[in-house]
Design a protein around this ligand. Structure first.
Ligand SMILES: Cc1cc2nc3c(=O)[nH]c(=O)nc-3n(C[C@H](O)[C@H](O)[C@H](O)COP(=O)(O)OP(=O)(O)OC[C@H]3O[C@@H](n4cnc5c(N)ncnc54)[C@H](O)[C@@H]3O)c2cc1C
Ligand code: FES
Ligand code: FES
Length: 504
């Protein structure tokens, strides 16, 4: 166990400012042994925890959970049906996607790309690099957020949800009918059909059009599904004209929303009538740009988080990895932090950023928004950019965690993986190009850039912007940052070429 002192409320270990978990009411962790176990717990009022992004926000906002049931916990014992949660498989008439599958995997999975490229393409619009890595299909649906994208896309695709009863038996329901007190196991998407999705006016309205249904997001308290689709455009137009009043809020009036629903539905119906764009054309299913990001990404791979093999196995048999120590309130967490082993007994509510800052005393992981939005707290967990402000420490159990301090670890320390050896190069390029002013955002930017270069050594500018677009910098402006990443990419490539030339 760590020799570092247990943080005490109110103290500021190492003079650091983070302690974002202290406002969260204590809760227990319950690792499910089987799918039925998880289903029963959720039916009894425990909170499922998938990516945990919304769970963390809700707890921080003052909601109270007695017990969290981690569905995607590290080192979870895979078996007894739980593996279904992270499965993507092909049936005779449908594609099954497990509820615990991440957004990043859905957009890049070969089966999804082969059989429902429209769904993969629509999924690519979700969130940012950290959200796509952590957020899941089930968590997105079960958040019941009218602005989230999974429900309209799946409803228009004619997908059915697979839901587990408390005894583990599976039942099917429409996307709009998902019960709030049941475990979502996954969804079945018909193999035929095409969805055209337009979210260019979010958060005012989003519209998805498929053969059998039209789904409207953002405009009502829940995703509104019109049970007519592109096969019957006149009925759709009539149903849109008969819609009730949309919500009215700071983003738009009800009248404006109503008008924009018609505009987007018409546009999507027209696009649906056109032949599908060739594979790789990003217009397929995604007619407009995601606000604040570039759609002209070089290739799906250049954007994908899944292009590199995942470093973490979900199959390690260690059901005690997130266990209680007998007091009923601590989780044993073992990770490698910048190559050094770190073992702590932490309250389940402790955020990874707090472990890093207050226990390990590494202060360069910043806290900005504390809501998984700004990127200041980014660390790499098994090479994947992760919002440490919204990730519990136990989620990193068994993982390799890198912070910016790893850039200065001597090469002789050994065990430097690809990303770690790229870090100092990116850091150097930022210094040479003056790609920072106050430096608050800089560790997060450098870590995301290093993760990008580890996966895609030759990213074009669009791919760089896509990866960095959610790392907020309030003083530098982004041009020098982008140029620094381009310079780092060239330096990494050149060093690789030099290594090859040195090889006898
Ligand atoms: C900055 C930011 C930007 C985002 N942008 C977008 C966007 O553009 N589009 C979009 O669609 N979403 C967006 N999201 C949401 C994101 O995509 C996640 O899907 C969402 O945060 C929840 O996913 P999760 O896996 O983390 O769920 P969790 O936080 O783990 O769970 C969310 C809720 O679902 C419940 N739950 C989880 N899994 C299950 C299950 N299998 N069965 C039953 N209940 C379950 C949990 O108990 C909880 O109530 C954004 C989020 C952030 C913070
Ligand atoms: S502090 Fe974590 S994303 Fe802003
Ligand atoms: S350099 Fe100051 S916030 Fe980015």
């Amino acid at each position: 166990m760590s020799e570092l002192p247990q943080p005490s409320p109110g103290s500021r270990a190492s003079g650091l400012i983070s302690r974002s978990h202290l406002g969260i009411d204590p809760f227990e962790l319950r690792l499910p042994e089987t799918l039925a176990d998880a289903a029963a717990a959720v039916a009894n009022g425990s909170w499922a925890h998938a990516g945990g992004i919304d769970v963390a926000q809700r707890l921080r906002a003052g909601e109270v959970a007695d017990e969290l049931v981690p569905l995607c916990a590290p080192r979870r014992s895979a078996g007894a049906g739980l593996e279904r949660l992270t499965e993507i498989s092909l049936g005779e008439r449908s594609l099954f996607i497990g509820a615990g599958v991440s957004h990043a995997r859905i957009e890049s999975d070969p089966l999804v790309q082969a059989h429902r490229p429209d769904v993969a393409s629509a999924w690519r619009t979700i969130g940012n690099v950290r959200i796509r890595a952590a957020g899941t299909l089930g968590g997105n649906l079960a958040a019941f957020h009218p602005g989230y994208d999974a429900a309209p896309i799946l409803a228009a695709a004619g997908a059915e949800l697979v839901v587990a009863e408390p005894d583990g038996t599976e039942v099917r329901c429409a996307v709009a009918d998902v019960p709030r007190d049941r475990l979502i196991v996954g969804c079945e998407i018909p193999l035929s059909g095409r969805v055209v999705y337009d979210r260019s006016l979010k958060p005012v309205v989003s519209v998805a059009v498929g053969e059998q249904a039209v789904a409207i997001g953002c405009a009502y308290a829940a995703t509104h599904v019109i049970p007519h689709g592109a096969a019957n455009p006149e009925s759709v137009t009539a149903a849109v004209a008969a819609l009730g009043d949309p919500i009215e809020n700071a983003f738009a009036s009800a009248a404006y929303r109503r008008r924009m629903i018609s505009v987007l539905v018409d546009r999507c119906l027209r696009m649906h009538a056109e032949p599908p764009a060739p594979a790789g054309d990003d217009r397929m299913g995604v007619p407009a740009t995601r606000p604040g990001s570039t759609r002209e990404v070089a290739t799906p791979d250049a954007r994908s988080l899944e292009a590199a093999p995942p470093a973490r196995s979900q199959d390690v048999q260690s059901p005690d990895a997130v266990s209680r120590d007998g007091t009923g309130s601590m989780a044993h967490v073992e990770m490698h932090l910048n190559g050094e082993p770190l073992a702590v007994a932490a309250p389940p509510s402790e955020m990874l950023v707090d472990t890093i800052r207050t226990r390990a005393g590494l202060g360069s992981t910043r806290v900005g928004c504390d809501q998984a939005v700004c990127g200041a707290c980014t660390v790499l967990v098994d090479g994947t950019p992760t919002a440490s402000c919204s990730t519990f420490a136990w989620q990193a159990d068994g993982s390799e965690v890198l912070t910016i301090e790893a850039a200065n670890r001597p090469a002789s320390a050994g065990g430097r993986g690809d990303v770690e050896s790229i870090l100092p190069v990116v850091q150097g390029a930022f210094a040479e190009r003056s790609a920072f002013q106050c430096g608050y955002c800089t560790p997060g930017l450098i870590l995301v850039a290093a993760a990008l270069l580890a996966r895609h050594p030759e990213p074009d500018r669009a791919a760089i912007c896509d990866w960095l677009d959610s790392n907020v910098c309030r003083c530098t402006g982004y041009l020098m940052v982008i140029e620094a990443v381009e310079a780092a990419a060239a330096a990494v490539r050149n060093s690789g070429d030099a290594d090859l030339e040195d090889t006898p």
